[in-house]
Design a protein around this ligand. Structure first.
Ligand SMILES: [Zn+2]
Length: 231
């Protein structure tokens, strides 16, 4: 019983950490960043900030991280171990998964296929599949979700992705996603799926590069006791 409570607390603690936001305002010609709440005064001139005119109203720096369940028919990534904000480095292995039209997350790892770990996908990156102009008509088609689910079911129930057939290099989460994209038999998805390297360059790299900027800012503010002045 005691262990259950402990574990619950840890999960809650982690969830809290992931929800932290970076706030920003300008005063004395400097940008001031803070974690979760605004300071009462400007750090430089001590003016109470709730009583003074600010050139730009305080705002939350937009986080690139999303909850996978909010993004149906998507491809999502997160670090294999830990989370982006606290644990990610450019050497981290990434784990990739697919959401169906209801936002349920389908993934493949050394334990086999599964679709019951939504809580681990609360702070992930969602790849920009719909940005390609070729895709606008396709993804807006009312039958697209149904078709996506059909292909996902087919890939999920094929015998290519059993626990026994998992291989860290040759048959991993990435192979599962690329096999699914190929099964859509639809440009440009099938083309993307033809090369792991191209898929990474076109769809994953832009996302991780953008996320890295936010992660760096987050860690700087965190390491400055939650408040930081930038010229
Ligand atoms: Zn000031």
């Amino acid at each position: 019983m005691e262990r259950d409570i402990e574990e619950e607390n840890t999960v809650e603690g982690d969830a809290m950490k992931l929800k932290r936001s970076i706030l920003c305002f300008e005063h004395c010609e400097k940008r001031i960043f803070s974690m979760d709440e605004l300071p009462s005064c400007c750090l430089i001139c001590d003016t109470p900030i709730f009583n003074c005119q600010l050139k730009i109203p305080p705002f939350a720096v937009p986080s690139p991280f999303q909850r996978a369940t909010d993004f149906p028919c998507s491809i999502v990534i997160k670090p294999t171990k830990g989370n982006f904000l606290e644990d990610y480095t450019n050497k981290s292995n990434l784990h990739i998964a697919i959401t169906n039209s209801d936002g349920i997350i389908f993934e493949f790892d050394r334990g086999g296929l599964r679709c019951d770990r939504a809580e681990e996908w609360n702070s992930c990156l969602v790849l920009d599949l719909g940005d390609d102009p070729l895709l606008q008509d396709i993804v807006e088609d009312p039958d697209w979700g149904e078709y996506w689910d059909l292909c996902l079911d087919k890939t999920y129930s094929s015998n290519k992705f059993s626990k026994e057939s998992y291989d860290e290099d040759e048959n991993n989460c990435f192979n599962f996603v690329l096999t699914f994209l190929t099964s859509l038999n639809q440009a440009p998805f099938t083309g993307w799926a033809a090369s792991k390297v191209e898929f990474c360059q076109k769809l994953i790299l832009p996302k991780t590069v953008m996320a890295a900027k936010y992660i760096m800012l987050y860690r700087k503010v965190r390491d400055h006791q939650g408040i930081m002045v930038v010229d």
